[in-house]
Design a protein around this ligand. Sequence first.
Ligand code: XBP
Ligand code: MG
Length: 259
Amino acid sequence: MSKLRALIFDVDGTIADTERDGHRVAFNRAFAEAGLDWQWSIPLYGELLEVAGGKERIRYYLQKYRPDFQPPADLDSLIASLHGTKTKYFQQMVAEGAVPLRPGVKRLLKEARSQKMRLAIATTAALPNVTALLQHHLGPDSLSWFEIIAAGDIVPAKKPAPDIYHYVLQAMSIPASDCLAVEDSYHGLTAALQAGLKTVITVNDYTREQNFSGARLVLNHLGEPDQPFTVLAGNTGEATYLDLTLVHHLDQDRSSSYI
Ligand code: XBP
Ligand code: MG
């Protein structure tokens, strides 16, 4: 009998494909508004995803790609201000419907709720971005679907550090062995595995080629009854989309589903 009792979701790249056409565009708008000539192209942004967290990403960009930039005395304030503007633009894009949910996300969340599976979020992104995304797609009361939404600076060390997952597990008073994490990236997987979590990966264009060894499953997306997933690694039996039956199966099938 599977003892899985909770699903813990990442947000960026997992619940929604936020990075390329969401966060990246919002960063560029914030830079332009501040009169800066910084432009994050699609390939450059893929390199910048090496560092999680919006504020950390801006700092990394300056260090690695703009060594010529003369930082002001208070660089922290500049970064915080740019990030605040970027958050405003990202929320605007969500409100305009520019950041859709990924296939299967709403279905799986609803099924989990109907079966009293506990839900949580563990993300590096800023909380306002997460709440905007959830409320836009799942309704105003959807924040209450999650026992805890752990986001942004709530822990000092962001993914790939496992801290955000440790925080969630502690807040829920649940052992890692009773939970499944859903992630999209190597950094996310590393964080989840270090916290002892079984993990399903749904890849996106930025993460498709990453190393996902240690994941229970690697899929192109969670799938829908009329939109089957492609299995990139792992064992899904006859299933064509990830539902709670498959989730419990993954928990029980300890030997064969590791990759
Ligand atoms: C998400 C991130 C975030 C977003 C932007 O990582 O790395 O930095 O790109 O977030 P994960 P901000 O999916 O592993 O949680 O809201 O900080 O700008
Ligand atoms: Mg992610």
